[in-house]
Every structure is written in structure tokens, then in C-alpha cells.
Design a protein around this ligand. Structure first.
Ligand code: CA
Length: 231
């Protein structure tokens, strides 16, 4: 099981997250200040870092920047308030995701799974030759051409619809949150309402599910969306 480092000076929060992660089966390490966190992130063999921004010693942003100089380990930033500047700074420094405190533990767990999975896949991809197609049943995306087919028929998708579908397919079997979809498909500059994601999911369902009588995109209540192989 993956080993997760929590860098957080608020002992209560660190303890709470530690218990939840251990309950899920993760190994957990804790650092209560930035310098210790940086050292542990680089040298204690952890698989993912949960990184608070307001830290004594070295800020989370600075820790993130320094970790990225040496390592591609997934980093999820924890911001105390809904501070857009902090989020952007963290993402600019190479963080994979962020969560605003107080957060729902379920959502944090979902994001941890996505980040770990994406990292594992990315590592595997850099060794294997890149695939130029993604498919799910009769649905097939030709990545080089940015086009989607159902069987022989080409679907008429807008650019955003295509990108949304591609992102979901690349993360097949992983529940993806609306915020992740916004960040990855619409870009970090988009700070609007996550409703736009639901609207585009509806367009895709009309163009694929309704049209061909299939079920491609599932809703995961309280989390977001998933394209899932039949068990
Ligand atoms: Ca703090």
C-alpha cells in the first residue's frame, strides 16, 4: 500500500487525516514543519505528499517548489482558506491538486487515489510507447486526430466535449471530481461554478449514451464521474 506524508503543523488536523488514511490502509508519515517535510518528501520513500501551505520554517509553496526540482512525486496542497492566489501559486510550483480546509475526507481520499493512479500510469507511460487510441466498448478516441468514433461512425463533439471524454477515458475506472475535471479540461484559470461540468457531461450523454443506447459515463454520488469497465 502507498505511503503518504502529511506535512501539517496543526496537530489535530494531521492526526485526523492520519487516522482516516490508516483506516483506508495507507502507511502514514507526519512532518509538523516545512523543513522536516521537505526532507521527508525527498528521502523517506513516500508515494504522495499532502502539503499544508501555512507552515513554520518553510512555506508549503516553497517546499513544493524544492521537491519538484528533484522529484515527480504527487503533491496535494491543503489551503486553509479559499485563497485563489495560494492555489495558483501551488499549482504553478507543480502541485498536482489542492484542497481547501475544511474538506470532506471522502473527497480527499478520492483525490489521493486519482493522484497516485495518474502518477503510476504516467511512470508506466514514459517507459511504454504512447498509445494513439483510447477505447471503451465501441467508443474509440483517435488521440492524434482529436476525433471520437462509435463503431464506424464519427461523433460530432466540440473541443471541450472531446477533451472531457478523453480525460475521463484516460482515468478509466477512477472516480474523477468536478474540480479535477475543471482544472484539467478547462484549465486552472477557470474559477467559476462546477455546474459547467454537469452541463458538458449531459451533452456527452446525449451524443453517446442516448444516441446509441449505451451507458458510458456514470455518476459517482458525492464525488463526480467515472467511466467504468463492467465487472
Ligand atoms: Ca498550517
Amino acid at each position: 500500500m502507498a505511503k503518504i506524508l502529511i506535512v501539517e503543523d496543526e496537530v489535530k488536523i494531521a492526526r485526523f487525516v492520519e487516522l482516516e488514511l490508516k483506516y483506508e490502509g495507507y502507511e502514514v508519515e507526519i512532518a509538523n514543519d516545512g523543513r522536516t517535510g521537505l526532507d521527508m518528501a525527498l528521502h523517506s520513500g513516500v508515494d504522495l505528499v499532502l502539503l499544508d501551505i501555512m507552515l513554520p520554517g518553510l512555506s508549503g509553496i516553497e517546499v513544493c517548489r524544492r521537491v519538484r526540482m528533484e522529484s515527480e512525486i504527487p503533491i496535494i496542497m491543503l489551503t486553509a482558506k479559499d485563497d485563489v492566489t495560494d492555489k495558483v501559486a501551488g499549482l504553478d510550483m507543480g502541485a498536482d491538486d489542492y484542497m481547501t480546509k475544511p474538506f470532506a475526507i471522502e473527497e480527499l481520499l478520492a483525490r489521493i487515489r486519482v493522484a497516485l493512479n495518474r502518477h503510476a500510469k504516467h511512470s508506466a507511460e514514459s517507459e511504454a510507447p504512447k498509445k494513439d487510441e483510447l477505447s471503451f466498448g465501441k467508443l474509440c478516441l483517435k488521440l492524434g486526430r482529436h476525433s471520437a468514433y462509435f463503431g464506424e461512425e464519427e461523433l460530432s463533439l466540440t473541443k471541450k466535449e472531446y477533451e472531457l471524454l478523453e480525460y475521463l477515458l484516460k482515468n478509466k475506472n477512477i472516480a474523477v471530481t468536478r474540480e479535477q475535471l475543471l482544472n484539467n479540461v478547462w484549465g486552472y484559470e477557470y474559477f467559476g461554478d462546477t455546474n459547467v461540468v454537469d452541463v458538458y457531461i449531459r451533452y456527452l450523454r446525449q451524443k453517446i449514451d442516448d444516441r446509441f443506447g449505451v451507458h458510458v459515463i456514470s455518476t459517482v454520488r458525492g464525488v463526480g464521474y467515472i467511466i467504468k469497465d463492467e465487472k
